[in-house]
Design a protein around this ligand. Structure first.
Ligand code: NAP
Length: 250
């Protein structure tokens, strides 16, 4: 039976690329998303068409009740005790703004989705994977950002700060569960060509930034997916608590 992987925010971008690669490498995949039913459905059909095992789950990861219900639905569909991996990938940015002009609701949403969502999903995954809870082990990969090293001034310090919390979450959780068969790592993508930039009002951000990047190009979702799937795999069996920059030297 294929090991089961849950990827949050998997209807497009880095999450969808990770689902596609993981399915090709023998994972059964549960895809989480927030709104885009059609995109999630299309990806499930695409993966099944290639011989993969996949199902999609609509849930807002910032909502603990929705996260619990999603994990229960995944247990029911795939069979309890099958989860071996979690990718905390769901994330949002907002339009460019200074800290002194950020509405409270914006900053709360930034932390609710990017940080709290990762906590709720990690908790549910550990309850299923940790040996302390009767599981047989697994791996968690958190998707952070190179923004944690830069701070994103004048753009989105709220987002960079939330991702900074994800780095620390990764370091702490990795050590907390290191003897329980669960590895916890993070990838820190640089500027990757996905739709997230359009959602922050800058659809051309990747193209505009490219000349200033050491490799003079943005990265692709698949390049990030490659590192995530490696960190999930047994090939990374002695890697935990690592923050892996996938940023083309940025
Ligand atoms: P994207 O193309 O905007 O995709 C975001 C995904 O997250 C979508 O599937 C979306 O679902 C889902 N999502 C949004 N809010 C959610 C919520 N509350 N609950 C569940 N799912 C939610 O983003 P991306 O560029 O692939 O980014 C993926 C991750 O990489 C994020 O954590 C991002 O911060 C990080 N990252 C990206 C870059 C970059 O340059 N692209 C750089 C560094 C880090 P719907 O489509 O259904 O709304």
């Amino acid at each position: 039976m294929k090991p089961l992987l849950l990827i949050t925010g998997a209807s497009r971008g880095i999450g969808a690329a990770t689902a596609t690669l993981a399915a090709r490498q023998g994972w059964a995949v549960a895809l989480n998303y927030a709104r885009d039913d059609a995109a999630a459905r299309a990806l499930v059909e695409h993966l099944r068409g290639g011989g993969g095992e996949a199902e999609a789950y609509r849930a807002d990861v910032s909502d603990d009740a929705q996260v619990r219900a999603m994990f229960a639905a995944i247990d029911a569909h795939f069979g309890a005790g099958r989860l071996r991996g979690l990718v905390n990938n769901a994330g949002v940015v907002d339009v460019a703004a200074r800290v002194d002009a950020m509405p409270v609701e914006r900053v709360q949403r930034m932390f609710a989705i990017n940080v709290f969502g990762s906590f709720w999903c990690a908790r549910e995954a550990l309850l299923r994977m940790s040996r302390v809870h009767g599981g047989t082990g697994g791996a968690i990969v958190n998707v952070s950002s190179a923004a944690t090293r830069i701070g994103s001034p004048g753009q989105y310090v709220d987002y960079a700060s939330a991702k900074g919390a994800i780095d620390t979450f990764t370091l702490g959780l990795a050590r907390e569960v290191a003897t329980e068969g669960v590895r916890v790592n993070a990838v820190r993508p640089g500027i990757i060509d996905t739709e997230i930039h359009a959602s922050g009002g800058q659809p051309d951000r990747a193209a505009r930034a490219a000349p200033q990047l050491p490799m003079q190009r943005a990265g692709s979702a698949d390049e990030v997916a490659q590192s995530i799937v490696w960190l999930l795999s047994d090939a990374a069996s002695y890697v935990t608590g690592a923050l892996l920059d996938v940023s083309g030297g940025r």
